[in-house]
Design a binder for this molecule. Structure first.
Ligand code: ADP
Length: 164
């Protein structure tokens, strides 16, 4: 039984994140999607909201569990018995970040390995931070997030959900 941990801020969950969780769920027996409670980012959604949106978005994946966590990712991975950490790569800058992080994490916890999934072509430009800006300015984000998430994002900005 191999468990993988997919950690992130998920503020909010996008179709790119769901794609990575779906593909990881095919490869591993169990995937624990973990919402980082205190990322060093300005958040639009609090932890409860991010957790609820992720749970709704992954409810069709029976071997995916959604939890929240704080503290060191590798320590949390060890605590839940995960052998791998899953991350998604969109670009060279994602790669550089993950590369540095992987070496730091290996130093902290040599038993936990990193598995990176290359983004699917359709989701290459989907970014949680950018789509919030787009939605705030009245742009259409419907193809970038699950429908429940689009509703939640527009409602944060006091805007109606856009058609199509
Ligand atoms: P972070 O964990 O760095 O705060 P996110 O919560 O936005 O970032 O993303 C969690 C993980 O999902 C990261 O590994 C990120 O690179 C990856 N990811 C984000 N968007 C996509 C996408 N469109 N396609 C593939 N992977 C993605």
């Amino acid at each position: 039984m191999v468990t993988a941990l997919y950690p992130g801020s998920f503020d909010p969950v996008t179709v790119g994140h769901v794609d990575i969780a779906t593909r990881a769920a095919r490869l591993f027996d169990k995937v624990v999607v973990a919402i980082y409670e205190t990322p060093s980012k300005n958040l639009l959604f609090n932890t409860d909201e991010r957790e609820r949106l992720m749970k709704e978005s992954c409810s069709h994946l029976p071997n995916v569990e959604v939890v929240r966590f704080s503290g060191l990712v590798v320590r949390f991975a060890k605590d839940i018995g995960a052998e791998a950490i899953v991350r998604g790569l969109r670009s060279g800058s994602d790669f550089e970040y993950e590369f540095d992080m992987a070496f730091m994490n290996r130093r902290l916890e040599p038993d936990v390995d990193l598995v990176c999934f290359m983004t699917s072509q359709d989701y290459m430009f989907v970014s949680a931070s950018l789509l919030k800006e787009v939605a705030k300015l009245g742009g259409n984000i419907n193809e970038m997030v699950p429908p429940n998430v689009a509703k939640a994002v527009y409602s944060k900005f006091g805007l109606p959900v856009l058609e199509g």
